[in-house]
Design a protein around this ligand. Structure first.
Ligand code: AMP
Ligand code: ZN
Length: 470
């Protein structure tokens, strides 16, 4: 397949270096809050990339997606919540796993946490290697990467070398291109901050060293095949990851850099600092299911910005429903005659689908190929030109495309699951009984109505209260 490489600013033919297994690193969530659907735009698009590489193009995957569970933001968050860092970040890792499952993301091979001891040790070892190659210096107990020691610094983000401030330092994990300076690898301990010492002095890692160290520890010899994340990570995060890896190993770090464009709200990046975020639970309370969100997030090309609106989410819902309605329609097809032209039409659609994905993961065109087929087949069914032998061929096609899209099976699973978790229904039934026992019939009725509005009907029988779906 052809894949756009941010490093060369060109589409290039992609295949894993060993011809078999794609070694991929995806920058994961910083776990100081529940991920919002902007974060999940990046993750869902990269999930589609993973699925295409695996199911459509037949490579094996070895993908690492980390949790950034120590950095400026997680530390401040834990301090404000007055919780130990690990306990604080656990909550958001749990929420991420829930959301990732709800969005039908394939589990990746490794989900390391930066604060796992093996990873912290790998970071310290990498910093020592950088020191041995003359790329670091220490100031007030913190260790910095000296960017003037690496002439190729800035190649990924194409920053102006002249603009870099020689000798100046930056301690923050994130900063802008205008502030390109020597960046921190290991931050000296500050009161109230978590601290470790694996031979680089008491302190904690900077954000950038975390990903370099975890990528090399878990994926092996560089260069790895793909490194991916949202477009905001190009500078400084990925630029600094390259500097660290190249400085420590003397080898190129990554073959293909893949960056997903932002999800916007009213022309601004969806981000926590702007207060314009939505999470999956936010959307669920407005009646939108994760399958519709997934559909929306992957429906545009990953290198184009996508503007989030409730109208577009509703349209995603309708598109998805067109697919599932069509599949349901197949159940009613009778007649045991097969039609070669149907098989041929499906072959064309399959070809167009694959070509679209091969064209830098053009999901919009891939979906168009699927909908063109749905239109053609709907007309064929209307004309009585589809028989049961064709139906199995049609179903097979949709199973194949959904291995990459991951929305149809997801919607079907949602339809089978009760709209309210069974444990919650049981608990509410108990609460309702308790309310009745204390003769608070208004409260009992509220519970019944609340469940009814969420699609669950209660029936009082001699044997107790039963529930069923509306
Ligand atoms: P963070 O938790 O801030 O480290 O971000 C996790 C991932 O989400 C990174 O790859 C970011 O680039 C990505 N991301 C953050 N905001 C957005 C957005 N509005 N649209 C798309 N990706 C985003
Ligand atoms: Zn990263």
């Amino acid at each position: 397949m052809r894949l756009y490489n941010t490093l060369t600013r060109r589409e290039e033919e992609f295949a894993p270096a060993d011809g078999k297994t794609v070694r991929m690193y995806t920058c994961g969530l910083t776990v100081y809050a529940r991920g919002h659907i902007g974060n999940f735009r990046t993750f869902v698009c990269l999930d589609v990339l993973r699925r295409a590489l695996r199911h459509e193009f037949g490579w094996q995957m070895r993908e690492v997606m980390n949790f950034t569970d120590v950095d400026d933001r997680t530390i401040v968050g834990a301090q404000n919540a007055q919780m130990p860092l690990r306990e604080y970040t656990d909550q958001f890792i749990g929420a991420f796993r829930e959301d990732a499952r709800a969005l039908g993301m394939e589990p990746v091979e490794e989900n390391p946490r930066a604060t796992d001891e093996a990873n912290l040790r790998a970071m310290a070892d990498m910093i020592k290697a950088l020191g041995a190659h003359g790329h670091t210096y220490t100031s007030d107990g913190s260790i910095y990467f000296k960017i003037s020691t690496l002439p190729e610094y800035g190649a990924l983000s194409r920053i102006d070398q002249a603009g870099m401030m020689a000798g100046a330092r930056v301690d923050a994990d994130n900063y802008t291109k205008e502030d390109a300076r020597d960046f921190v690898l290991w931050k000296a301990t500050k009161p109230g901050e978590p601290t470790w010492d694996y031979g680089t002095g008491p302190g904690r890692p900077g954000w950038h060293i975390e990903c370099s160290a975890m990528a090399l520890r878990l994926l092996g010899e560089p260069p790895i095949d793909i490194h991916a994340g949202g477009i905001d990570l190009i500078f400084p995060h990925h630029e600094n990851e390259i500097a660290q890896s190249v400085g420590a190993t003397g080898k190129p770090f990554v073959r293909f850099w893949v960056h997903v464009e932002h999800l916007l709200v009213d022309d601004q990046k969806m981000s926590k600092s702007l207060g314009n975020t939505y999470t999956l639970p936010d959307l669920a309370t407005r009646g939108y299911r994760p399958s519709a969100v997934r559909y929306l997030l992957m429906s545009g090309h990953y290198r184009k910005q996508l503007n989030f609106t409730f109208t577009s989410l509703q349209q995603a819902e309708e598109s998805l429903r067109r697919l599932t309605d069509f599949l349901a329609r197949l159940d009613a097809v009778t007649g045991d005659e097969g039609h070669p032209e149907i098989e041929e039409r499906i072959g064309q659609a399959g070809h167009a689908f694959r070509e679209a994905l091969a064209d830098d993961l053009n999901t919009a065109a891939a979906l168009a190929a699927v909908f063109d087929l749905v239109r053609a087949l709907n007309s064929a069914i209307d004309a009585g030109a589809v028989g049961t032998p064709d139906v199995s061929c049609i179903r097979h096609f949709f199973e194949r495309v959904d291995q990459v899209l991951g929305v149809i099976g997801l919607r079907q699973a949602e339809e089978q699951a009760p709209p309210v978790p069974a444990e919650e229904i049981e608990r509410l039934i108990e609460d309702r009984h308790a309310a009745r026992r204390r003769r608070d019939f208004a409260a009992a009725d509220r519970i019944r109505q609340d469940l009814a509005s969420r699609g669950i009907l209660l029936e009082d029988t001699a044997g107790g209260t039963r529930w069923k779906r509306k």
